[in-house]
Design a protein around this ligand. Structure first.
Ligand SMILES: Cc1ncc(COP(=O)(O)O)c(C=O)c1O
Length: 375
């Protein structure tokens, strides 16, 4: 059966990227690979909209999150972590794991961070070394206003580092790393970068480098400054993934960043409006353009919807934590185009109908088609 992967990571990998990764392996200390590595880091800077150094770790995205904590904070240091879902909670856990104090700003799942709350937390807690947040909280499909937060920090608390997990944002949503004052921006390969899992990327500002240099470090592998000094990987890089990333970043830049962001915006709009036309409700108060989280209809578990869609070959994701069984999440970040959404929404409609939910049958796909025809 043909499989249609519509989960918020891993996401589908384009044929060109697969082919580029299937070339015979080359040694990582050759000039050839050093050239590819440098070019790839430069391409990543363009996609991440930064002039700062970009470091690549051979790890999943959480490795870069850990590096952004272990390199910046020492035992006893204090940081604000914004928690509005599973990945925000992870910031708090990592900060505590390294013996630092997490001032956790907590929101309900589906809600988004308010700039004034972060400002108040900084006012009420002295010596905050960093603010940790997601750009897009993948467990709820929510976009935090990181532009406003970054600009507030720059103006009022310039000594605090702004550290953004953009794992389901970079390459899908217009995240302006430098303009929005992001000191460390993070992403992972298996999302909008259209690669298999295994690479994590971080952009690191000069201010962040300064803080890291003065930090009493507690790490070995995830050594941000060591990676910057080594230029083509302190350890053996994930050679094939770096080559694949080189291809996928060129695809993104060839399409044009603005076009890529616009494409994601249209896919998100069509998905959101389609499910609303079906009488369903979005979970998020501020939906991200990278994925759509939808509340399951009463009396139908999202697990059943997901299982029914899988019978057609379409894989979407369940909720996480207490939302398991209560929501489902449709991804549209990376290698996705209009027909993918039409296919997914019509399969969703068939799954719902089979489960006894037949309200507005056909209206979801119709709404998505209308939106695409209007563009
Ligand atoms: C926003 C966000 N942060 C962190 C992670 C964790 O990344 P990984 O599973 O690659 O470690 C994910 C993965 O889904 C994510 O979406």
């Amino acid at each position: 059966m043909k499989r249609y992967l519509m989960t918020p990571g891993p996401t589908p990998v384009p044929e060109q990227v697969v082919l580029s990764m299937s070339t015979p392996i080359i040694h990582h200390r050759t000039d050839e690979f050093k050239g590819i590595f440098k070019e790839t880091a430069d391409l990543a800077k363009r996609v991440m909209q930064t002039k700062n150094d970009v470091v690549m770790f051979s790890s999943s995205g959480s490795g870069a999150m850990e590096a952004a904590v272990s390199n910046v904070l020492s035992e006893g240091d204090k940081a604000i972590t914004v928690s509005a879902g599973k990945f925000g909670e992870r910031w708090g856990k990592i900060v505590k794991a390294f013996g630092a104090e997490a001032v956790e700003l907590t929101y309900d799942y589906g809600d988004y961070a308010k700039v004034e709350d972060i400002e108040n937390a900084l006012k009420n807690n002295k010596n905050i070394k960093a603010v940790y947040i997601q750009a897009s909280e993948t467990s709820t499909g929510t976009f935090h206003p990181i532009d406003e937060i970054g600009l507030m920090l720059k103006e009022k608390y310039p000594e605090a580092l702004f550290i953004v997990d953009g794992i389901t944002a970079y390459g899908a949503i217009d995240v302006k790393t430098d303009n929005w004052n992001i000191d460390i921006g993070i992403t992972g390969s298996q999302k909008a970068l259209m690669l298999p899992p295994g690479l994590a990327l971080l952009s690191v500002s000069e201010k962040a480098k300064d803080v890291i240099e003065r930090n009493k470090n507690r790490f070995f592998y995830f050594d941000i400054l060591g990676e910057i000094d080594a230029k083509a990987g302190k350890f053996t890089p994930a050679v094939s993934l770096v080559i694949g990333l080189n291809t996928s970043l060129k695809m993104i830049l060839d399409e044009g960043l603005d076009n890529v962001f616009k494409r994601h915006e249209i896919l998100a709009k069509a998905t959101q409006e389609a499910v609303v036309a079906l009488g369903l409700e979005l979970l998020s108060k501020k939906p991200a353009n990278s994925l759509t989280a939808v509340k399951s209809p009463q009396n139908i578990s999202s697990e059943d919807i997901i299982a029914k869609m899988k019978e057609f070959g379409v894989e979407i994701s369940n909720g996480q934590g207490h939302l398991k069984g209560k929501i489902f999440r449709i991804a549209h970040l990376g290698y996705f185009y209009k027909p993918d959404i039409l296919m997914c929404i019509s399969v969703l409609e068939m799954a719902l109908k089979k489960l006894g939910y037949s309200a507005n049958f056909g209206d979801g796909t119709k709404r998505a088609m209308e939106i695409f025809l209007d563009e």
